[in-house]
Design a protein around this ligand. Sequence first.
Ligand SMILES: [Fe+2]
Ligand SMILES: [Fe+2]
Length: 211
Amino acid sequence: MKIAENLHQFTQTLDFMNFTLHQYLLDCEQPMLMSTGTVQQAAAIIPQIKAILGSRPLSWILVSHTESDECGGVHLLHAAWPEAVVVCSELTARELHGFGYTGPIRTVKGGDCIEAADFTLEVVDYPSEVHLQNGCLFYEQQRGILFSADLMLSFGLAEGLTQPAQWQSAVESLPLQSIPDAHHLELMKQRLLALHPQFVAVGHGYCLRLA
Ligand SMILES: [Fe+2]
Ligand SMILES: [Fe+2]
């Protein structure tokens, strides 16, 4: 379902947890998917992505960190679009082989940018891998969309739903459970406050539309 301009959200709902797992397709000149979903979810969304893109290929697959909802279906997406390039941290890149992925990878770190005519994708370090090693968040500067993965998540049956929010308080209220180390959490907050998103495409729960 379309959740913002050129942005499609796909959702797997876990009723028993009152929880949603989202993936996003940014439909631009080089279409990009944020999160593959689990194996079952990737199988379900591939035909939906094809229906949206028609004959245009998927160009990029953004992976925040190594986890079944973030990259579990990556091998299925690779089979569907062999040229699509996975964008992820160095550590995640090493782990992707364990998910059966043998396709192209572009490793990135905080501050890197991938640019095209109609998007500018900034990478933000996110200590989401084991032992607080870096994964990635992705910020699309031209549209002001932050793909926040597991940060700013919420419970609730939130498929297709967005809530209004204020950026500074959304960042300042991030709890220690999000990043279980006070120093790393503070650094993350500083990195986020340097951004000015209009829309937060969360991995789980209600998206945020910022005032
Ligand atoms: Fe995760
Ligand atoms: Fe997640």
